[in-house]
Design a binder for this molecule. Sequence first.
Ligand SMILES: C[S@@+](CC[C@H](N)C(=O)[O-])C[C@H]1O[C@@H](n2cnc3c(N)ncnc32)[C@H](O)[C@@H]1O
Length: 246
Amino acid sequence: MTYYDFIAQEYKKSKQLPFRLHIEAYTYFHLLGNLVGKSILDLACGEGFYTRQFKLQGAARVIGVEISEKMIELARLEETRQPQDIEYIPGDVLELGKIGSFDLVVASYLLNYASSREQLLKMCQNIFANLKLGGRFVTMNNNDSQSPISYLTTEKYGFIKSIDSPLVEGTPIKYTFTSSDSDHKFSFDNYYLSRATYEWAFQSLGFKEVRWHKPIVSPQGVEEFGQEFWQDFLDCVPIVGIECLK
Ligand SMILES: C[S@@+](CC[C@H](N)C(=O)[O-])C[C@H]1O[C@@H](n2cnc3c(N)ncnc32)[C@H](O)[C@@H]1O
C-alpha cells in the first residue's frame, strides 16, 4: 500500500480546483506543445488526469506508470468506461529501467517525491533512459524557490504548504488541500531538494538543455476570475515547470 491509495479519490477531485485548470494544466500544455503523433511516457500518472488528455490532444501512443494501486485502478476504470488505448503499468519509477523510447517523458509532481539526491538521480536516470535522442522531459514540480514565509498565501486557491523544520535537503513539505465544494481537507508530503541538486542530477545524465519555467495563467482564467485574483499565486509561485532536452 502507498499513501496515495488512501487519498486517490480526494486527489482526483482536487484536479477541479481553478488553479489546477487555469495555471497548472495551462502551463503544462503550453510547455508540452503540439502532441499530435507523439509517443508519451507519463510517469507517476496518478489516476490518469493528464494521461487521458495527452491522447485527446492527438498523441499516438501513451503509457502511464504509477506506484499506487488505487490510482492505477481509477485510471483503468476510466479506460474501461471510455477506451483510449492507454496502457497503465503499476510500478515504481525508481526501479523502472528502460521500457521504450519516447518522444516525450512527462512526470507531473514525481521528482518532488525524491527525498535525497541519490533518489532524484535514480528517477532522472530512468527518465533519460526512456527518451529518444532529441526527446524532451517535461514536468510540473514543487517550486524550490518559494519562500516558506509565503506558504499561507495560496490558501485562497485551495491549498497550502507547511514545514515542521527548516528547509534543507530532504525536508518534508506538507501540501494540504481543501476540497472545492466543502471544508474537507487532505494532505500529503513532498520533499525539498534545492535547484542546485536538480541541476546536478540533470547535468550528470547529460541532458543538453534545462529550462525552468514560471507558471502562466490562461486567458480564460483571467476572464473568469480577473488578473487580481491570480496575483498572489504568481507573486509567491508554489509550483514550477521544468523542461530538459536529451
Ligand atoms: C501529486 S500526484 C500527481 C499525479 C499526476 N501526475 C497528476 O499530475 O495528476 C503524485 C503521484 O506520484 C506517484 N508516485 C510517487 N512516487 C512514485 C514512484 N516512485 N513511482 C511511481 N509513482 C510515484 C503517487 O502515487 C501519486 O499518484
